[in-house]
Design a protein around this ligand. Structure first.
Ligand SMILES: [Zn+2]
Length: 74
């Protein structure tokens, strides 16, 4: 309850995790998530824990569409 650093954590994750490519974003719905395979290779367990706390896993196809948007192409 009443965690203080959620907003800062998320902002930090978005700038840092994005930079090292752990956050993937769908080009259609702008949904953000983490790439499970890439995250599994991350070195810091704290970092992994924060990522899982703030983001859901997301899988993008080669067009950067998430699975929900995949059916909407064409
Ligand atoms: Zn999408």
């Amino acid at each position: 309850m009443g965690r203080k650093y959620n907003v800062q954590e998320k902002a930090w994750l978005e700038s840092n995790a994005n930079g090292i490519n752990h956050i993937a974003q769908c080009v259609i719905c702008q949904n953000k998530g983490y790439d499970e395979k890439k995250l599994a290779s991350a070195k810091s367990e704290i970092f992994i824990g924060l990522m899982k706390k703030h983001f859901h896993p997301i899988e993008l196809d080669q067009n950067m569409y998430c699975s929900e948007c995949e059916g909407m192409k064409g």
